[in-house]
Design a binder for this molecule. Sequence first.
Ligand SMILES: Cc1cc2nc3c(=O)[nH]c(=O)nc-3n(C[C@H](O)[C@H](O)[C@H](O)COP(=O)(O)OP(=O)(O)OC[C@H]3O[C@@H](n4cnc5c(N)ncnc54)[C@H](O)[C@@H]3O)c2cc1C
Length: 459
Amino acid sequence: MSKMNKEEILKRLEGIVGKDFASNKAEDLYIYSQDPGASEPRPVDFVVMPRSAEEIQKIVKLANTESIPIIPMGGGLTLSGLILPVHKGIVMDMKRMDKILEINSLGRYAVLEAGVTTGSLVSYLKEHHPDLQAPIPDAPTSATVAGNVLIHGSGSLSQKFGHHAGMINGLEVVLPTGQIAKFGSCAISKYWFSKAPIPDLIGLFTSSFGTTGIITKVSIKLFPKPNERELIIGLTQDFGGLPKLMSKITFTEFAEDIMIGHSHTPITMKNFCLVMVYITGNSKEEIDLKKSTIQKIFKENSIQAAPVPAQTRNYMMDHPQYTASFAADWRKGGGFEYVGSFIPLEKIPEAIEKGVIISEKYGLVPSLLCRIIGSGHAVMFSVTFPFNRADPDDRKNAREGLEETNKMVLEIGGVPWKTELIGQKLTMEKADPHYRDLFKRVRNLLDPNGIMNPGNWEV
Ligand SMILES: Cc1cc2nc3c(=O)[nH]c(=O)nc-3n(C[C@H](O)[C@H](O)[C@H](O)COP(=O)(O)OP(=O)(O)OC[C@H]3O[C@@H](n4cnc5c(N)ncnc54)[C@H](O)[C@@H]3O)c2cc1C
């Protein structure tokens, strides 16, 4: 229980970060008490915006003595209520820690403060290192790079190089007990180039939703950026054939990104899946070879070439690509959620079939997306749930749809991604009891006073 009153705590926070960067005013807390998704708003006691790991360290020590929860927040765009306190507390907005500390162009990695947004990294690379690219999600560009890699995000490089958490080379973390610790090669050397070869503790901080520490620096891999990029689009009615088709396309090692879209708008698309294969290269010859190879596979598998209006194609070629905005406002009122999950490649047809049934049950126009991850090692599968923010019933409808989709994903052998509280509970219920037990013990060891985003990943 907190020993100080709220005003005393605020004074202490102001003393650490400065008067302009700590608040408990209702008008400041309002925006932090909700996210863009379907979760109900939840109360927040304080918001702080630290500028350094040392400031965070002081806040963590205060939170420990006063038993106040801390909820780390990047862009706050995960849509699953993950940055909304379950038991009130301090929302720690990381956006002032926005320095790009190092780009090692030869070793192809970037060391970033945790508040660096995907937008600022993309523009920095465009200006200073046009031949390099970073793993970037198709999320709004105010999302942070750290927030995205920490939740196993994915994007246009994920087919080729895997999900974004696998691209972490190193972390600096303020532990829940206040120590500033380094993980990866940076724990041993001044170079942040690799997470190996030492026992890998970085996994303690990924998809942990801020329950194991506050990441202050992250090193991520960068990749060569080819000059040319092209999109090959096809339509198929053979949903059952999609896993084999994906296997054939990934076997060529020609695709940078592969997505499968299934939407019932326009209604004529009801019986089709749109297959989008992005290829890249450094010459016209390279692109032509890759294009003709993919087109040959399309032909052999009776995939029809799809006429796409130029405007839509421009949209699809955007990088990051905002296809989500097609589905975002169907209900009007600006509410958008999606259930994400990782599923095995072979489960694509079943996931699509069941996702459609759930969408229709909740009165929604089905809008589903699969993105191939790591040469087909996994598929990011999502079902979109647009809702009207002003209508509580519609919001509830979206939440129920999300829950049912999470159940379905678990039933077919997948794992919910960046999931909200109910999905976390369902996932933990299904988990191997020894995994669950060890996770609980590790968490208690790291955070003996239970101050880090409590309520999330409760075992
Ligand atoms: C329209 C739309 C499209 C999207 N498309 C994609 C996509 O293509 N691919 C994709 O991967 N995602 C996508 N997303 C999901 C999400 O927006 C992104 O993954 C985003 O990068 C999350 O970053 P963030 O900074 O908003 O994280 P937050 O929401 O701020 O945080 C995510 C989680 O990490 C924790 N966290 C954040 N920072 C820290 C820190 N410094 N230390 C410890 N814990 C921390 C938070 O507590 C929370 O649990 C999309 C979202 C929207 C709205």
